[in-house]
Design a protein around this ligand. Structure first.
Ligand code: NAD
Ligand code: DAU
Length: 355
């Protein structure tokens, strides 16, 4: 039986990956997460108590703790998702982004390399360090064109600069020390269990609470949206079948302006949860000051992963968004625990207040 380390497995994408791997493989999953404000064990659903899921509350900057985990569990690979991920937070306070995304990735690489060097030839060949990254490392597109695996790096926010630095470190550990790595750069994810600071869950929950829907600038920035479970399937495929040393771009071919996204959410809520006063939720749209350095457009050319690994998204934006809105309507308890901070009280009670 394979043992795989997943870092950041209590976050939005990490928890979707853990749920998928527990369901579709016989691997033992060691979920390594610091449980910051964005980590929530409730997002693991049934996977949380599965006999092949093991949780370790560990900071990826803590080298001795990582070394203990490598020695105890002897994994055949690492899928690294742990990161600070919200662009607005990185603008207000970059320090945690530099710490976790750059230093944390460095510490994890060093611990993984030390362990990898103890393996026999065949286990070394089969080992993979899969780094999960973002399309934001490529910067901002004009009205035409797509990011590909060969697009030059041009990060513009503290978040994307920290992710770009971590990508460079991961490639350096491959070229210099021979560590078999994989890198994926994905576009904007959406779906169940996303922390309501990101555009889609924020808009759904604000609309339900009759609060303004803050749209940065003119709302004409474009993002390429991918349903989180499609991303999780892509990660599994790349981890299992990707070429060591290679990069894969992952995206949904679902380019939308932010205004189109907010209008689509309002239309769904008007149908699924009409307001008592008969007005459309769209009347809550409010234009606010733009994000500093706001990247104009992201769009991914995902033809490499489709051609080489046969991956393509199963959800369209319409089907994925309806599933997402329905999930937030049906999961009031998860939402309430996040909004009231109750999930943090649970973490503090069970693990102490370390984050
Ligand atoms: P998230 O913010 O929902 O979750 C991040 C997780 O990492 C949390 O569980 C948190 O507790 C954990 N974490 C943070 N710092 C840690 C540390 N020092 N040690 C251990 N754990 C720590 O993030 P997400 O949206 O699920 O993103 C996961 C990964 O995917 C990130 O690396 C992100 O850059 C990348 N990514 C995200 C998107 C997106 O649209 N959300 C798109 C492309 C790539
Ligand atoms: O492209 C991948 C990236 O997508 C990931 O690497 C990041 O971790 C993830 O957070 C996401 O970054 P964005 O900045 O694109 O996502 P966010 O949901 O914060 O914003 C999406 C767009 O919506 C962006 O153009 C800013 C705008 N926005 C966002 C918020 C929170 C608003 O107009 N109003 C808002 O309140």
């Amino acid at each position: 039986m394979h043992t795989i380390f997943i870092t950041g497995g209590a976050g939005f994408i990490g928890s979707a990956l853990v749920r998928l791997l527990v369901q579709e493989t016989d691997w033992r999953i060691v979920n390594i997460d610091k449980l910051t404000y964005a980590g929530n064990l409730e997002s693991l659903a049934e996977a949380r108590t599965h006999p092949r899921h093991c949780f370790a509350r560990v900071d990826i900057c803590d080298r001795p703790a990582l070394e203990r985990l490598f020695t105890e569990f002897r994994p055949s690979g690492v899928i690294h998702l742990a990161a600070e991920t919200h662009v607005d937070r990185s603008i207000l306070g970059p320090a945690e982004f530099i710490k976790t995304n750059i230093e944390g990735t460095y510490v994890l690489l060093e611990a993984a390399l030390d362990y990898w060097r103890t393996l026999d030839d065949s286990a070394r060949r089969d080992f993979r360090f899969h780094h999960v990254s973002t399309d934001e490392v490529f910067g901002s597109l004009g009205p035409q064109g797509f990011f590909t695996e060969t697009t030059a790096y041009d990060p513009r926010s503290p978040y994307s600069a920290s992710k770009a630095a971590s990508d460079h470190l991961v490639r350096a550990w491959h070229h210099t020390y021979g560590l078999p790595i994989l890198i994926t750069n994905c576009s904007n994810n959406y779906g169940p269990y996303q922390f309501p600071e990101k555009l889609i869950p924020l808009m759904i929950l604000n609309a339900l609470a009759d609060k303004p829907l803050p749209i940065y600038g003119r709302g004409d920035n474009v993002r390429d949206w991918l349903y989180v479970e499609d991303h999780a399937r892509a990660l599994k495929l790349v981890f299992e079948r990707g070429q060591p040393g290679a990069t894969y771009c992952i995206g949904g071919h679902n380019e939308k302006t932010n205004l189109e996204v907010v209008d689509a959410i309002c239309a769904l809520l008007d149908r699924l949860r009409p307001r008592a006063d008969g007005r459309s939720h769209a009347h809550l749209k409010t234009f606010v000051a733009d994000r500093p350095g706001h990247d104009k457009r992201y769009a991914i050319d995902a033809s490499k992963i489709r051609r080489e690994l046969g991956w393509q998204p199963l959800e369209t934006f319409a089907t994925g968004l309806e599933k997402t809105v329905r999930w937030y309507l049906d999961n009031a308890q998860w939402v309430e625990h996040v909004q009231t901070g109750e999930y943090r009280q649970w973490i503090e009670k069970n693990y102490g207040s370390r984050s």
